[in-house]
Design a protein around this ligand. Structure first.
Ligand SMILES: C[S@@+](CC[C@H](N)C(=O)[O-])C[C@H]1O[C@@H](n2cnc3c(N)ncnc32)[C@H](O)[C@@H]1O
Length: 312
């Protein structure tokens, strides 16, 4: 590195080609291992590190306690913690006797699974093999002439909503991720702009996922009647809440209506056909066998007379 002075005395730092090359290499290593941050955070969520530290926040949690409670190999867990601490997720503390322990940080609190502002579900969703597959197809999609097909559809042969219909595990991941996003955004709207809901009687959330948005709104403004509208595989697993109705996707409802209509018209046609056949039978009998009809009516008369005679 060389320092040069300009005419007015300002310092200019000139870097050698070798230094520029070394910096490029260092950056490239960061890109090569860029995926590790997502992978290690996913690992921490799955192990439940943040959940354990949150539950035991008033205690000094040592590596030994953590690895025993989470049933982990302590040396591997230590390496994971060191990686995360370096990125501001979890913090190392020590007691006055020099014993090392671990505590939460604002970042690691976002990884508590049931936390109000948790982003754990979003990370688990985005880091799932299903969501990563389209990224592996990106260059194929861009070089393809038909680049109207989104990478997700190209990787999974159907769009993201239809895919969720056939993969219930992914459906749960997707709905939970959307819900965690909704919790964050809706609470900001409820806290900062409550006035916009004055006088609102009904809200229909079209594509409202598992209804988290509406649930938060109906809880905050109980006079609102919420109607959550989404696809059948989303609505069927959505939790119920007071003041809220869950509606299936429109075309599905329409097709149910059509089916009912077709069934009713089929039954009516069948009834009409049976009535016509009966009428034709009666007419044929009357015209072809008048004597038979006469005989049978005489028979009925005779039976009637015999009954009367017996009674008297
Ligand atoms: C990006 S998510 C948004 C979820 C929710 N609004 C939220 O913010 O958390 C889009 C939603 O639209 C739903 N969706 C997609 N196609 C739909 C359709 N044809 N009819 C109804 N809902 C649909 C999906 O199932 C999904 O829940």
């Amino acid at each position: 590195m060389e320092k040069e002075l300009t005419r007015n005395g300002e310092a200019i730092i000139r870097r050698s080609d070798e230094e520029i090359h070394e910096e490029a290499q260092a950056n490239m290593w960061k890109f090569v291992f860029g995926f590790t941050e997502m992978a290690v955070i996913k690992c921490a969520i799955e192990l439940g590190i943040a959940d354990f530290l949150e539950k035991n926040q008033h205690q000094h949690v040592t590596l030994n306690q953590l690895s025993t409670s989470l049933a982990c190999c302590s040396s591997s867990l230590y390496r994971i913690l060191r990686f995360l601490i370096n990125r501001g997720i979890f913090k190392e503390t020590s007691t006055k006797y020099g014993e090392i322990g671990y505590v939460q940080t604002p970042l690691s609190r976002l990884l508590v699974k049931e936390g109000r502002n948790s982003m754990a579900a979003f990370l688990l969703f985005e880091s799932s093999p299903v969501m990563l597959a389209p990224w592996h197809n990106l260059s194929a999609c861009i070089s393809s002439k038909d680049n109207n097909t989104p990478p997700f559809d190209a990787a999974h042969k159907r769009d993201i909503w239809k895919y969720a219909e056939v993969d219930s595990e992914h459906n749960n991941l997707l709905n939970s991720a959307m819900a965690c996003d909704a919790r964050i955004t809706v609470s900001a709207i409820v806290n900062d702009y409550p006035k916009i809901f004055d006088g609102v009687k009904t809200i229909v959330d079209v594509g409202g996922g598992n209804g988290t948005t509406l649930r938060s709104l109906v809880e905050a403004f109980p006079w609102i009647n919420g109607i959550n509208f989404d696809l059948p595989h989303v609505v069927s697993v959505a939790p119920h809440a007071n003041g809220m109705e869950q509606l299936l996707d429109h075309w599905w409802r329409l097709s149910l209506g059509l089916m009912e209509l077709i069934l009713i018209s089929l039954m009516l046609s069948l009834l009409l056909l049976m009535l016509m056949v009966l009428y034709m039978l009666v007419v044929t009998c009357l015209t072809m066998f008048p004597k038979l009809m006469l005989l049978s009516s005489c028979g009925f008369c005779m039976i009637g007379e015999m009954k009367n005679a017996y009674k008297s």
